[in-house]
Design a protein around this ligand. Structure first.
Ligand code: C2E
Ligand code: CA
Ligand code: CA
Length: 597
C-alpha cells in the first residue's frame, strides 16, 4: 500500500459501498482494488480528503498535503478536521481570516454539495468542492487555481487599463467619472482636465514608435506624480490623457493643477539617448450642482481643449457655452460640405497672374467658392480647414483639378491655370493620381497646369512629399511654393525640391512700399528666386506703389486686386481685357532688374 495515503482501519473509502459487492469477498481481489484506488487517488491533480461523520480523516492524498504543507502525521486517519486546521495555522497556510474564525468556518456542518474559492494568506487561491456522503461523512477536493485567477485578473485589468502606460483606460475612467458625478450631485465639486500633447506626432515620426512609446510612459509617470491619490489619470488614446480632479473647492484648484501639468510636461525628456521637448494643451470642464452629466462634461472638456489648441497650445482653457455653439456650427458646415459635392454647389473663381517682363496676363489661379443654399457665397477660409479635418478635401480637390483643367481647355488664350493642393491630400492620398486623371480627362497640355503647395507639406516627414512632387513634375506640370515666408524654416524647403515658382505671401506685400522689413524680405526672396532659376510672384498687389516695388525688386510676376480680384469663369474675357488695358496704360514697366544683362 502506498505511503502516500491511508485507509486507516480498512473502512470503505468509496462512500458506503459494500466492498464484498465489488470483489466478491476475495481478500486478494480486495487488496488489488484498494491498490488501484490508491494509485487513482494519488494520481489526481487535485488534493482530496475524505472525512467520516465525526469529521475525522478517512483518506487523504499526497496532493492535499503538498497543497497545505502538511506532513503525513498531520493527516493520518482519525485526525479531526479541527486538528488539521490547527496544523495549518501552525505552519501558516490557512484562509485569510483570523485563526479562530477560520476554524469555525471550516468545521461548520453542511448538508448539500457546494464549492467555494478560498484565498490563502500566502496569496494562492484554492477551489474547494465539498460533497456530503450518505453515511454522514464527506469528500472534499482542493485545486490550486491561482494561475487561472491571475490570468483572469490580468484580462480584467487589461480590459480597464492601457497596455502601454498601465493607466486606467477610457472605460475605467468613464466609470470613475460616473461615480464622481454621483458625489457632485450631493454637493461636491469635481473637474475634468483633458490633455493633448503638442508636437508628440513629430517625435514619433522622427524617432520612431519605440521612442514615442517610452515618451508616453514618462508623460504618464509625470502626471501621476503630480496629482493627488484621490484623483484619476487615464490615457484615452494616442497622446490624449485625462485627469479627474475631485474635491475641488474653487476654479483656482483646477488652474493650479493645469498650470503645474503644463510646466512639468514641457520640461525636457531624456529618452533612449534623445533629448526631447513636447508640450501640452489642456481643456477644463467643471462639474457642479448644475453640470453633472459625465458625457456632457467630457464633451465640454474636449471643446475647451480644442480652443486651447487653437489659441497657441501650451495653455489651458475653461469650457464656455459659446464653444458649444461654435462646435455645432462646425458640425453643420461639415454636414453641408458633404452634401455640397453631390449638389454641385462648388464654383471656381479665377484671378489673373501677370508676367512683369511681357507686361501681360500669363495665367490664372483657380480659387474655390461655395454657393451655400442659405449662407450665399462662402470664402475658402471658412471651410477649407473643416474639409481638411474631415478628409473631404480630397474629393473636393479632385473636383477643382478636373474643373480647372476643363475650363482652361476652353479659354480663348492658352494661359496657365494654377490649382491649390492641400498637405492633407499628400498625407492621406496621392494627389499625383488626381492630377494625372484631370489631365487625361480634360486633354489639357500639362505645361499649362501649375500646382501650388505650402511649406506645411514638409512638416510631416513620414510622407514621401518629394517623390509625389517628382511624379507630378515628370508629367510636365509646374510646381509652385505658395504663401512663401509664412512657415518655419522656409529656405531649407526651397532646396528640398526644385520648385518652378515661389509665391511671396501677401503679408510681405501689404505694407509696401513703406514697410522696411517686408521690403527686405521681398528683395531677398526675389534675389533667391533669381539665383535658383525660379519664377517669383508677389501676391496681393493692390496699389500702383506695390506694383512698382515688385518690379523694382525683381519679382517676375504679380497677382492681386490691382489687376483683378478673383472672378467667375463667365467674366474671364472682361478680366483679360481689363488687364490688357491696365498694362497698356502702365508706363513704368522697366523689366525685372535681375534680368537686365
Ligand atoms: P491663396 O492660395 O494664397 O490664394 C490667394 C488668396 O488671396 C485668395 O483668397 C485671393 O482672393 C486673395 N487675394 C488675391 N489678391 C489679393 C489682394 O490684392 N488683396 C487681398 N487682400 N487678397 C487677395 P481666397 O480666394 O479667399 O482663398 C484663400 C485661401 O484659400 C487660398 O489662399 C488658398 O490657400 C485656399 N484655397 C482657395 N481655393 C482652394 C482650393 O481649391 N484648394 C485648396 N486646398 N485651397 C484653396
Ligand atoms: Ca494659392
Ligand atoms: Ca498664396
Amino acid at each position: 500500500m502506498s505511503n502516500d495515503y491511508f485507509v486507516g482501519d480498512g473502512r470503505d473509502i468509496t462512500g458506503g459501498h459494500d466492498t464484498d459487492g465489488i470483489c466478491g469477498g476475495d481478500p486478494r481481489a480486495l487488496e488489488e482494488a484498494l491498490r488501484y484506488q490508491s494509485i487513482a487517488i494519488d494520481n489526481m491533480t487535485q488534493g482530496l480528503c475524505l472525512f467520516d461523520s465525526e469529521q475525522r480523516v478517512v483518506v487523504c492524498n499526497s496532493q492535499y498535503r503538498h497543497l497545505y504543507g502538511l506532513s503525513e502525521l498531520d493527516v493520518r486517519p482519525g485526525t479531526t478536521l479541527e486538528q488539521i486546521c490547527r496544523a495549518r495555522i501552525a505552519n501558516g497556510i490557512y484562509g485569510e481570516d483570523n485563526p479562530e474564525k477560520y476554524i469555525a468556518e471550516r468545521t461548520k456542518p453542511f448538508s448539500t454539495a457546494h464549492e467555494q474559492t478560498q484565498r490563502l494568506n500566502d496569496g494562492r487561491t484554492i477551489l474547494i468542492r465539498r460533497r456530503p456522503m450518505p453515511d454522514g461523512g464527506w469528500v472534499t477536493t482542493h485545486e490550486d487555481i491561482s494561475e487561472r485567477c491571475e490570468a483572469e485578473a490580468r484580462v480584467a485589468h487589461m480590459a480597464l487599463h492601457d497596455g502601454l502606460t498601465g493607466l486606467p483606460n477610457r472605460t475605467l475612467f468613464q466609470s470613475r467619472l460616473e461615480d464622481a458625478m454621483k458625489r457632485v450631485r450631493r454637493g461636491e465639486r469635481a473637474a475634468l482636465l483633458w490633455l493633448d500633447l503638442d508636437h508628440f506626432k513629430s517625435v514619433n515620426d522622427t524617432y520612431g514608435h519605440p521612442v514615442g512609446d517610452a515618451l508616453l510612459c514618462e508623460v504618464a509617470a509625470r502626471i501621476l506624480s503630480n496629482i493627488r491619490e484621490t484623483d484619476t489619470v487615464a490615457r484615452l488614446s494616442g497622446d490624449e490623457f485625462a485627469v479627474l480632479q475631485v474635491q475641488v473647492s474653487t476654479a483656482n484648484d483646477c488652474s493650479a493643477l493645469a498650470q503645474r501639468l503644463i510646466s512639468i510636461l514641457s520640461e525636457p525628456y531624456m529618452v533612449a539617448g534623445h533629448l526631447l521637448m513636447i508640450g501640452v494643451s489642456v481643456g477644463i470642464a467643471i462639474a457642479d450642482s448644475e453640470n453633472h452629466d459625465a458625457r456632457d462634461l467630457m464633451r465640454s472638456a474636449d471643446l475647451a481643449l480644442y480652443k486651447s489648441k487653437n489659441e497657441g497650445r501650451g495653455t489651458f482653457r475653461y469650457f464656455a457655452t459659446e464653444m458649444d455653439v461654435a462646435m455645432q456650427e462646425r458640425r453643420q458646415v461639415e454636414a453641408d460640405l458633404r452634401a455640397a459635392l453631390v449638389r454641385g454647389e462648388f464654383q471656381l473663381y479665377y484671378q489673373p497672374i501677370m508676367d512683369l517682363k511681357a507686361m501681360k496676363p500669363c495665367g490664372f489661379e483657380a480659387l474655390l467658392r461655395w454657393n451655400h443654399p442659405s449662407r450665399g457665397l462662402v470664402a475658402p477660409l471658412n471651410f477649407i480647414s473643416i474639409a481638411e479635418e474631415t478628409g473631404l478635401i480630397m474629393p473636393i480637390t479632385e473636383w477643382v483639378l478636373n474643373q480647372a483643367c476643363q475650363d482652361a481647355k476652353g479659354w480663348s488664350r492658352p494661359l496657365s491655370v494654377a490649382v491649390n493642393l492641400s498637405a492633407v491630400h499628400f498625407r492621406h492620398g496621392n494627389p499625383a493620381q488626381s492630377v494625372r486623371k484631370a489631365l487625361e480627362t480634360s486633354g489639357l497640355d500639362p505645361a499649362r497646369l501649375e500646382v501650388e503647395i505650402t511649406e506645411s507639406l514638409f512638416l510631416d516627414k513620414t510622407v514621401h512629399t518629394a517623390a509625389i512632387l517628382e511624379d507630378i513634375k515628370r508629367m510636365g506640370v509646374r510646381i509652385s511654393m505658395d504663401d512663401f515666408g509664412t512657415g518655419y524654416s522656409s529656405l531649407s524647403y526651397l532646396t528640398a525640391f526644385p520648385f518652378d515658382k515661389i509665391k511671396i505671401d501677401r503679408s510681405f506685400v501689404k505694407d509696401l512700399p513703406s514697410g522696411k522689413g517686408s521690403l527686405a524680405i521681398l528683395r531677398s526672396i526675389a534675389g533667391l528666386g533669381f539665383s535658383l532659376g525660379m519664377t517669383t510672384t508677389a501676391e496681393g498687389v493692390e496699389t500702383d506703389e506695390q506694383l512698382a516695388v515688385a518690379i523694382d525688386e525683381g519679382c517676375t510676376e504679380v497677382q492681386g486686386y490691382y489687376f483683378s480680384a478673383p472672378k467667375p469663369l463667365e467674366d474671364m474675357d472682361d478680366t483679360l481685357k481689363n488687364c490688357d488695358d491696365k498694362c497698356a496704360g502702365y508706363t513704368r514697366a522697366r523689366g525685372p532688374k535681375f534680368n537686365v544683362v
